[in-house]
Design a protein around this ligand. Structure first.
Ligand code: ZN
Length: 265
C-alpha cells in the first residue's frame, strides 16, 4: 500500500506501469515470433507445377550474375562431345586464363572416369549441358529411347557432384516435335558453325568463327580435337575486343525449364 501510495503521489501511476509492461510484452512477442503470413501473402505465392523430376532439380541451379545481353553485345561459345581427358583440360585452362565462361554439352557415356573434370568445370563457373548418352540422332529413336538418353546423362552428371543440366543439345542439331516433347529440358542449337570437327587447321577455325561472329551468336565447337583447342586462345583474344563472352544461359536469359528450341539470341 505504501508503494502504491508513493506511486500515486508521483508522476507514474501503477496503471501506467502495468500498461507499459503489457505494451513491451506485445512488442517483444511480435519481434521474436516467426514471420506472420497473412492469407493475402499465401495466395500470392506462385504455384509451380514441375513437368518432370529433371526440372525440379534444374530449378535449384544458381544462374550466373545477371547481364543484359539485349543491351551489351554478347556471344556464347559452346563445346560439344566431351569430356575428353586430353582436350577438355586444355580448353578449361585457356578459358580460365581469359576469365571467360562457356557452355559444355557432355555425352553421358563419356562422363564415367572423368567426374573430376566435371567438378572442375563447375568450380570454374562453366555451364554444363546434356548432349545425350550415346550421340545418336534423336529423331530416329523411339520416345522411350529419347527419354532414356536424356535421363541417363542427367543422372551420371548429377552423380559427379555438379548441378544437373537444364539445357539439352541434340546430336547433329537433329530435333523434331517428338524429340521436343520428350526432352524435359530447354533445347539449344547454334547459329555459328565453324565445322571445327572437319579440319586439322586451327587457322581455318579461327577465321570461320571470327568472320561469322555477331551479337547474340551461339558458336558450336568441340572439346575433343586438338585443332579446336589450338584455335581457342586467338579466338578469345579477338572476340574480347568487341563482345562479352558468356554462357548460353546468360546469353538467352532462359527461365528454368523453358520449352522451345533456341539457336541464338
Ligand atoms: Zn555432338
Amino acid at each position: 500500500m505504501w508503494r502504491f501510495r508513493k506511486f500515486s503521489l508521483g508522476l507514474v501511476r501503477p496503471q501506467t506501469v502495468t500498461a507499459l509492461l503489457a505494451a513491451l510484452l506485445v512488442i517483444g512477442g511480435f519481434l521474436l515470433s516467426p514471420k506472420i503470413i497473412r492469407p493475402a501473402q499465401v495466395a500470392s505465392v506462385p504455384i509451380i507445377r514441375p513437368i518432370s523430376p529433371h526440372m525440379v532439380k534444374a530449378a535449384a541451379i544458381e544462374l550466373p550474375a545477371p547481364l543484359d545481353c539485349g543491351k551489351v553485345p554478347c556471344i556464347a561459345l559452346t563445346f560439344d562431345d566431351g569430356p575428353s581427358p586430353e582436350i577438355t583440360p586444355q580448353v578449361l585452362d585457356i578459358l580460365d586464363r581469359h576469365h571467360v565462361k562457356a557452355t559444355f554439352f557432355l555425352i553421358g557415356s563419356r562422363v564415367p572416369g572423368n567426374e573430376a573434370l566435371l567438378r572442375r568445370m563447375h568450380a570454374d563457373g562453366q555451364e554444363i549441358g546434356n548432349h545425350s548418352w550415346s550421340h545418336r540422332d534423336m529423331t530416329t529413336l523411339s520416345p522411350d529411347e529419347v527419354e532414356q538418353e536424356v535421363s541417363q546423362t542427367q543422372q551420371v552428371i548429377a552423380a559427379a557432384g555438379v548441378p544437373v543440366p537444364r539445357l539439352f543439345r541434340p546430336p547433329y542439331g537433329a530435333v523434331d516435335e517428338m524429340v521436343r516433347s520428350h526432352v524435359p529440358l530447354t533445347v539449344l542449337a547454334w547459329n555459328v558453325d565453324p565445322e571445327d570437327w572437319n579440319t586439322k587447321k586451327p587457322q581455318k577455325i579461327i577465321d570461320e568463327v571470327l568472320s561469322h561472329a555477331k551479337p547474340g551468336a551461339i558458336v558450336d565447337m568441340h572439346d575433343i580435337r586438338q585443332p579446336s583447342a589450338d584455335a581457342l586462345d586467338p579466338i578469345l583474344t579477338s572476340l574480347e575486343q568487341s563482345y562479352r563472352i558468356v554462357t548460353v544461359s546468360q546469353l538467352l536469359d532462359i527461365p528454368s525449364g523453358q520449352p522451345g528450341v533456341f539457336y541464338g539470341r
